[in-house]
Design a protein. Structure first.
Lengths: 223, 244
């Protein structure tokens, strides 16, 4: 019995919503796995902030070309139709509304759509990269995240307690337990694991979950 | 017109104490390792230049290239978006000890500030960072119902960049994703010095393929088979003790 989705399964679920022809940016880490689960018959073009559209899979070990890397500084490959461009063009694609979807990780997401995913507080060396740019401009900003922290506290909250990446930017959350939309400053439950009741899910969520019509079962293959 | 420089030492000879230097590259891709190492050599021989402000996306990795420049004590301030990497020990230690200043800038804002510097645009508005800690103290304005943050141009005394092909007029092409900040930084400095993997005659680059037109470039030095930072770091190289 599935008690929670793995990161791979969350990535699979997020991939099902990427339509044919979409331009997509995947954040560093778990979201990168979304590219592996494109449904057959759909062609999405992946964007990486450092200046590539339409790159391919990772090369075999030893075959890396270090001039051909993604935003996570991992080696990628060329595909027919790949395009290179400089950083100002790359972020024009991001902020200018040209990307269809950005899928990012999260420390916290608020019911207002506020996202915190770049800083866990004032200690250590701060680093932001492209996170604050990516939350603006993509037509849809989705998040892949565990529903709760490692010590069981809700990551879906009324107001973020950590430094914000962006205000009112997230529109959909693929959590380890549910699929939740953000509409008019509220969490709206769309899908949940069939083994959980809405009440169970609510107890693990830091803000009210609205239900509008039937809540679908969140069913994901073993991966 | 001949912008060709015949050695790396000459290429970096004009950089003085306290200058702002933009250095191309995203992580290792596009990092002008040989130009950076030539600058370190000069510092070891003469004690100059020091107190540099460096603009780069990152803060170096391992003990080569930008990390070695920082480790040598030549950098007093770094303007970057992501000062973390697989092995950021040099910057991290200095930063936590309060010995180097950091201006953290979102990556797209960094790129656009550099582009604006090169394009003669002193300020612009961006949605990026609105409502966050990185927007503190910056003017905010509303356009078509959304809030935007004012950011200012970024200019430099020198830019050091790695390109692929170059000619004596300064026309450049880049290699794959090593392009990244190169074309922007070339525009934004009073003096842009470029290491190219191959110097060709004018006409040797298809005009349709020129990425940086020569007007943005002051010096070109040929460095065949440039080292990749990633390869140096996998070999645990330390500059100036790199065996080559």
């Amino acid at each position: 019995m599935t008690t929670k989705l793995t990161p791979t399964q969350m990535a699979w679920r997020a991939a099902q919503d990427i339509t044919d022809g979409a331009y997509v940016n995947l954040g560093i880490g778990f979201p990168e796995m979304v590219a592996r689960f494109q449904p057959p018959g759909r062609e999405a073009i992946f964007h990486t902030e450092n200046g590539i559209l339409g790159f391919g899979e990772a090369p075999a070990a030893g075959e890396e070309d270090w001039d051909l890397i993604n935003a996570g500084k991992k080696a990628v490959t060329l595909k027919p139709g790949t395009a290179f461009f400089h950083h100002a063009d790359s972020f024009a694609m991001v902020r200018g509304g040209h990307l269809d979807v950005a899928i990012l990780g999260a420390y916290e997401v608020a019911e207002t759509g506020d996202l915190a995913n770049w800083s866990t507080g004032p200690r250590g060396v701060p680093a932001v990269g492209g996170a604050m740019d990516l939350v603006h401009g993509a037509k849809r900003v989705a998040v892949i995240t565990d529903h709760v922290t490692k010590d069981g506290r809700p990551k879906l909250v009324q107001r973020c307690s950590l430094p914000l990446t962006g205000v009112g930017c997230v529109t959909r959350i693929y959590s380890s337990l549910a699929v939740i939309d953000i509409e008019d400053g509220r969490f709206v439950l769309r899908e949940k694991l069939p083994t959980m009741s809405v009440e169970d899910l609510q107890s693990l969520t830091g803000a009210e979950l609205l239900t509008q019509g039937p809540v679908a079962d969140l069913i994901v293959p073993e991966l | 017109m001949d912008k060709t420089l015949h050695d790396l030492a000459t290429a970096v000879a004009g950089i003085e104490d306290g200058m702002t230097v933009m250095i191309g590259g995203f992580g290792g891709s596009g990092a002008p390792i040989e130009l950076i190492h030539a600058l370190i050599d000069r510092y070891r021989e003469t004690g100059h230049p020091k107190n540099l402000t460096v603009v780069n996306n990152n803060a170096g990795n391992g003990h080569v290239g930008l990390a070695a420049l920082i480790e040598a004590g030549m950098v007093s301030k770094l303007i970057c978006s992501f000062p973390r990497s697989a092995d950021p020990v040099v910057f991290t230690e200095l930063y936590l000890a309060g010995k180097i200043e950091l201006e953290l800038v979102p990556q797209g804002t960094l790129a656009e500030r550099i582009r604006a510097g090169g394009a003669g645009i002193p300020a612009f508005y961006t949605p990026t960072s609105y409502g966050t800690d990185l927007a503190q103290g910056k003017p905010v304005a509303e356009f078509e119902g959304r809030s935007y943050v004012q950011e200012r141009w970024l200019k430099a005394d020198y830019t050091l960049v790695k390109a692929h092909l170059g000619d004596r007029l300064g026309n450049l092409t880049y290699r794959m994703a090593a392009r990244n900040f190169g074309p922007l930084m070339c525009m934004a400095a009073a003096n842009t010095i470029v290491q190219v993997s191959r110097l060709v005659e004018p006409g040797g680059i298809d005009p349709e393929a020129v990425v940086t037109p020569g007007i943005f470039v002051q010096g070109v030095v040929e460095v065949p088979n440039p080292t990749q930072e990633e390869d140096l770091n996998r070999a645990k190289a330390v500059y100036p003790e790199v065996s080559q």
